[in-house]
Design a protein around this ligand. Structure first.
Ligand SMILES: [Zn+2]
Length: 238
């Protein structure tokens, strides 16, 4: 059985306190998936950074390998030319071959220089890659811990919300279902605040000044009075 009106407003204000807390919990719960998504995106970026370093290393190693193969074939060419040198009959042919050998030796020297440079590049890339790998392992540990913490927080929030839901049920038998339904509609449409006290002559939900006549009606406390601006139920907090 609903209690007398003045007491209903008092009970409703207690209910609003619980519902307000539950609303904040629900809002926090709704934010958790996007918090997790941000963490995942951040971790994906860290993974990409390692992948990039790994690719750089592989590219440098491949380049080095190609140059080494190139060097080998030039060395073979030089050997072949040098062997041919003694089979040549004319001076002209001999000189031409000598020029070829000189050219190949110059190419060889350039390649050797490049290979030396690539050794440094590979070494540098290896160091960078190892560093990124280590950083990624640390990030992964942190990421997993953070995800676990969020999951734990989600469970806590859900538990607290169901505690609130249980607690609010205790108030309902003393309230007029019509009042509850109006109040709950406001809860849904007004960010979890359906009932607000008058503060300094204004609605504390929207800060709208209340005419003296309305304040008198609220103080009389015998029916629901709604704020004309935000539609919330007003009460006198004596
Ligand atoms: Zn208002």
């Amino acid at each position: 059985m609903p209690v007398a009106f003045p007491d209903q407003i008092k009970i409703l204000s207690q209910l609003q306190h619980i519902d307000g807390e539950a609303y904040a919990l629900k809002k926090e719960l709704d934010e958790q998936p996007s918090i997790k998504k941000t963490m995942e995106a951040e971790f994906d970026r860290k993974k990409a950074s390692f992948k990039h370093a790994d690719e750089n290393l592989k590219t440098a190693q491949l380049k080095q390998k190609e140059k080494e193969v190139g060097l080998q074939s030039i060395e073979e060419k030089i050997k072949k030319f040098q062997a041919q040198l003694y089979t040549l009959k004319s001076n002209k042919e001999y000189q031409a071959m000598e020029m070829e050998i000189k050219g190949a030796k110059a190419d060889k020297s350039v390649l050797e220089e490049e290979i030396l440079g690539l050794f440094d590049a590979v070494d540098e890339a290896k160091k960078k890659c190892a560093k990124e790998k280590e950083a990624l392992a640390a990030e992964e540990k942190k990421f997993k811990e953070n995800v676990l913490a969020v999951d734990k927080h989600i469970v806590e929030l859900q538990e607290n919300i169901s505690v609130s839901n249980e607690r609010r049920k205790e108030f309902l038998p003393n309230l007029d279902p019509k009042i509850v339904s109006q109040y709950e509609k406001l809860l849904r449409n007004r960010d979890g605040v359906g009932l607000v006290p008058v503060r300094n002559g204004s609605c504390s939900g929207c800060n709208m000044d209340l005419p003296p006549q309305v304040i008198n009606e609220i103080q009389a406390n015998n029916k629901l009075i709604f704020c004309e601006s935000c539609a919330r139920i007003l009460y006198w907090n004596s």
